[in-house]
Design a protein around this ligand. Structure first.
Ligand SMILES: Cc1cc2nc3c(=O)[nH]c(=O)nc-3n(C[C@H](O)[C@H](O)[C@H](O)COP(=O)(O)OP(=O)(O)OC[C@H]3O[C@@H](n4cnc5c(N)ncnc54)[C@H](O)[C@@H]3O)c2cc1C
Length: 471
């Protein structure tokens, strides 16, 4: 049996794991990062293509959460985690949201002001930059439509680096930023190893058991363990390891509906990637924006229009994908089902959440028509396309009735942090209660949904906590 050993074992190489590894390795710790997925360098696959989804997305794309309203969610499974597949849009954490978490969950030395230095560091280290020049046709159309309704919209910054040889720039995901830094400081990264559970002696973890791509067991030994496998998988690993403490009971998501909209002329420019315009007017409870328009992605959002799919795809350059995302109150549950490899996730959108999603759908359709869309494929499968303002009430009613395709790409809060012991399995710095040497340092720690694109918040919190671990 293969054995690997280090001072610190970090499980997962997404934003939480990569930041933790860089901070600890640069402080001289012998760090081992274990990643279930493969290493697929930036640029090796076409973003949002079938190949990309097969290689870097868990389950090749969407995973269902169970509940009365169908919600499917997306997780990355590759070196760098979801930072390799996401839109790379950056939104600074909202100080009032951080302050509210500090008060409600009793998070020590936390809030807008204490996190500010970490936010600045992340913006600098991960090259947060505005899109240079025109943000592209889809962004411009959405901005014009929003302006005609008096709604403020902005081109959002990205984790992206531009230089003279590369005017379109390059995504600054974890494989381009914190993972190379961690490796340069001596960290070892093993991909293709899936951690099954942690091993304990009393209140101390001594390591973990993993399996390789061939299903062979690999023993991992370490003095400290940091679990950074993403909100769902972190909860699953801890439950499989016999750790209770309400882990996995409070999953939050930002449910969204996406629609394909048909314009009279070109709207889809593959070279732009995900268009960066977002409507600010209703943030943080509701965000409207542009999504990726690759053929594979377009096909997903044309499910509701089976009769029209071929005609629409034949002129894909006239199609754009747009979304409306809300801050839901619902809390999901992650469960370990014995003998089953995947997590069982249940999630029930409440009446208020569906009403908010219905309003978001109404606003999205309104702004798309104002932007010049000729027709919008309804997110309610089988429902007629939206061609005029008079079609919108039926769309809203369908979404409110829970009939729309709902997805989620932002998952958090399965191991909330704070001194409020009843609801927080982790302390104010991510250390698990009742254990001497196990931390969580990823999206699981966010006690609630931040409402915005969360990667910047996750990175800033992970940097703060990793520095505290050293102390
Ligand atoms: C399609 C999509 C688009 C998004 N767009 C944006 C955006 O534009 N801006 C933004 O801010 N955020 C965006 N997000 C969200 C953001 O990417 C995530 O919030 C962030 O990546 C979460 O970081 P994490 O470290 O918690 O987990 P993850 O990124 O999920 O990383 C966890 C890693 O752990 C690995 N792992 C899991 N289980 C095991 C195991 N048992 N053993 C070993 N390794 C394991 C996984 O393979 C994965 O690589 C998007 C997400 C998705 C899916």
């Amino acid at each position: 049996m293969r054995k690997l050993e280090a001072d610190v074992l970090i499980i997962g190489s997404g934003p939480g794991g990569a930041m933790t590894a860089a901070v600890l390795a640069e402080a001289g710790k012998h760090v081992m990062i274990i990643e279930e997925g493969d290493h697929v360098p930036v640029g090796a696959t076409e973003p949002y293509s079938l190949e990309d989804m097969a290689l870097k997305w868990r389950n090749g794309g969407l995973t269902p959460a169970f509940g009365p309203v169908k919600v499917t969610y997306v997780e990355g499974k590759c070196v760098g985690g979801a930072s390799e597949i996401n839109a790379a849009l950056y939104h600074p954490p909202v100080p009032s949201v951080l302050d509210a978490w500090a008060a409600e969950y009793g998070i020590d030395d936390f809030g807008g002001a204490p996190l500010a230095e970490h936010i600045r560091a992340v913006e600098h280290e991960a090259s947060v930059s505005p899109f240079p020049g025109s943000p592209g046709i889809a962004s411009e159309r959405l901005a014009a439509g929003a302006a005609s309704l008096g709604w403020k919209s902005v081109p959002v910054q990205r984790f992206w680096k531009y230089d003279a040889q590369n005017p379109l720039g390059r995504r600054q995901s974890m494989t381009e930023t914190y993972l190379p830094r961690a490796k340069a400081a001596g960290a070892v990264l093993q991909d293709g190893l899936k951690v099954k559970k942690l091993l304990f002696q009393g209140r101390r973890a001594v390591g973990a058991i993993a399996t390789d791509r061939e299903g062979q067991r690999v023993d991992l030994r370490a003095g400290k363990v940091v679990v950074c496998a993403g909100a769902v998988q972190t909860a699953l690993i801890l439950q499989r390891s016999g750790y209770g403490h309400r882990v996995g009971q409070t999953l939050t998501m930002n449910p969204m509906i996406r629609v394909a909209a048909e314009f009279g002329d070109r709207i889809n420019e593959p070279v732009i990637g995900v268009p960066v315009q977002q409507i600010e007017a209703f943030k943080p409870s509701m965000t409207l924006g542009c999504s990726n328009g690759s053929l594979a992605h377009l096909a997903l959002w044309l499910v509701g229009a089976p009769g029209d799919r071929e005609r629409l795809l034949a002129e894909w350059w006239r199609l754009g994908v747009f979304y409306a995302k809300v801050m839901a109150k619902a809390r999901g549950v992650v469960r370990n089902v014995p003998l089953f490899d995947e997590a069982f996730v249940s999630y029930k959108l409440g009446k208020d959440d569906l009403a908010l999603l219905g309003l978001a759908a109404e606003r999205l359709a309104t702004v798309l028509l104002a932007s010049g869309a000729r027709s919008i494929v309804s997110p309610v499968p089988g429902a007629p396309a939206i061609r005029s303002l008079s079609d919108i009430p039926a769309l809203r009613a369908g979404v409110e009735a829970g009939k729309a395709q709902v997805t989620a790409i932002h998952l958090h809060s399965t191991v909330p942090m704070g001194s409020e012991q009843k609801h927080c399995p982790a302390d104010s710095y991510g250390k698990l209660r009742g254990l001497e040497n196990v931390w969580v340092n990823d999206a699981s720690l966010l006690p609630d949904t931040p409402g915005i694109n969360p990667q910047g918040t996750i990175l800033a919190i992970a940097r703060r906590n990793a520095q505290h671990m050293l102390g």
